[in-house]
Unconditional design. Sequence first.
Length: 78
Amino acid sequence: MPVNLSIKNAPDDVVQLLRERAERHHRSLQGELMAIIEAAVREERFSSPADVLAEVRRLGLSTPAEAAAIVRANRDAG
């Protein structure tokens, strides 16, 4: 069942930045807040060894150097 959440006493500058971010993403303020919350809770998901192995196989990695190159590329892109 959905739950209503509210944020009280949000600083004006933070609200303005949030409004600008929502506009950039073509979302309502509510939609942007939901997207931020969803991204935050999904980031904390820990992978099991089986998940990691499946990802390695999906990427077709065969050496640690290949994996390191992908990690570096992702790090440098962000």
